[in-house]
Ligand binder design. Sequence first.
Ligand code: DMJ
Length: 673
Amino acid sequence: AAMYSGAATGPPRRDFISVTLGPEEAVGVGGYNNSKAWRRRSCWRKWKQLSRLQRSVILFLFAFLAVCGVISYTSMGEAWRSITNKSLDDQRTEQEIPRLKLANPAVLPAPQKADANPGDYPELSLQKPPKLPHVRRGPSNLQIKAPQRDMRVKTRHDTMRAVEELVEVDKVEKTEQSIISWRGAVIEPDQSTEPPSKKITEPEKPSSVEAEHQKDPVPINERQLAVIEAFRHAWKGYKDFAWGHDELKPLSKSYSEWFGLGLTLIDALDTMWILGLKEEFEEARKWVANDLVFDKNVDVNLFESTIRILGGLLSTYHLSGDSLFLEKAKDIGNRLMPAFKTPSKIPYSDVNIGRGTAHPPRWTSDSTVAEVTSIQLEFRELSRLTGDEKFQKAVDEVMKHVHTLSGKNDGLVPMFINTNSGQFTHLGVYTLGARADSYYEYLLKQWIQGGKKENELLEDYMKAIEGVKKHLLQRSEPKRLTFVGELAHGHFSAKMDHLVCFLPGTLALGAHNGLAADHMILAETLIETCYQMYAQVETGLSPEIVHFNLHAQKGHKDVEIKPADRHNLLRPETVESLFYMYRFTGDKKYQDWGWEILQNFNRYTRVPTGGYTSINNVQNPSNPEPRDKMESFFLGETLKYMFLLFSDDIDLINLDKYIFNTEAHPLPIWVPA
Ligand code: DMJ
């Protein structure tokens, strides 16, 4: 800036100093010359033009300013330092907080989720949400917020302390973060995915399930929203008319009791968690905490209560981290143990969980093969979690025994086993349907659960699939659909239960885990058949049992239905297999097929006042004859698999980390891939 510019007012007077500091001023006096030499010469000339007095005054002023500068430097230094530190701290604090927030969801898993505070919860949305820190999926009371931290510091000492704290916080938060797994499934140390023997002594070892990379939540799509709507509708019926009872009777607006243990509620717990139904989960949790009592003089079926209750509680424990569910699981697990006190150690079908006594059905001392061989995933997991080997021992013994039994046909097992002799009975009938189905499923799944080490299980599974190929596969007319029939004393029957439709999913799971590639080809063929069991029927819903036409007949489809078999119980098996097929192939046709099925459930089984009902006649769209019962597996399995089928998030129950029990309750794989 010019202290004075007299260019327009005549010749400059000597009393004034003119200092040219920039090009603008030079331009103002005619032409731009900003060379260093010119400027140096100009300053020197002006200095020489000053009087002696003027020069002395200026020199004095410079000297005075220099002294003042030195004096003030010492006292201002401290102030400067503190200001500088503070502003650095503030900068760091502002940057660090968001960084910490991003690195850590500010929602940390709590050891005792029951006491935790409500936290954030993902909104159901069709839009891609803004990038947010990972938020645990699931009810918020099972989450606790990270404490608020005042990062501002006043002194240097405080600054250092704050830096140390930040490092500590970062460390703690990284540790805490490492125990959050997919979408909020929290694995506590005692949930770690180590086999039983290791778990007991090394509870602190985090599993790779826990260390899973946190990803942005995948938004929920329209079809998933439709599943949520269906679930809510079903839940409304259950809540209004059957709360705390086993099954809803939606038409008579009442309930039925099987074990008197709130079966639907327990079966649905992890579905609510996966669907993100916070309020419903909360309410159900309260019922489990306050009203679920196993000390009851009641006979329960060992298999059904294991897969639905024990399985449901264990998976809910894993997903939520809430120890309430583990406590309840231990309780029911212990109460089921008397079933194994038999001469052969093959368990009885029924147990009185209040009295601690067990017995076979009144008319026989046989148990069903599928029942005694499809309780293993749950009891083994209970041993791993509790450190009490007795559960696993009991069920492993059954498998070992069945492995050695004669009476199999190329790996295919009969349907009954005697609890006294331990031998198969009613020999000669082989099916993949009722009474044998999940034996095959659990061979593969136990092998996967245990880290693919138990060779006898794999051997039995592979043999059995060869047996299926050799004895039970046939093709129908006119569409040449490959189906799984039955063998009775050497005679092939073209009968296939809807239950058999678990098989494509299981075969695909095996192929995914490295088993023969032709298992996948068979899975693709069979799931098409299962879909046709829906598509070829008037309501678009499958009957309980179909018979396939082996010979082409004019006007006949592949699928024939007998009057006694034309009911539909809202079963899950086809949707279950569609889910596996979609996960492993990414072929959208499987989603489309599932979508058709959901729409048909809505069309023919939905009860306006709440709930869904089984129907008696899938062949009559104008009157499907509602049966007035909603099975617990509709909420436990069918809707859960629908939701997962429509999801494109492979981490929403990652199949390399979780294994579903036969009631669709996911349990951790002990040595995940
Ligand atoms: C469920 O309880 C289980 O899926 C079981 O394995 C078979 N039956 C029902 C569903 O159909």
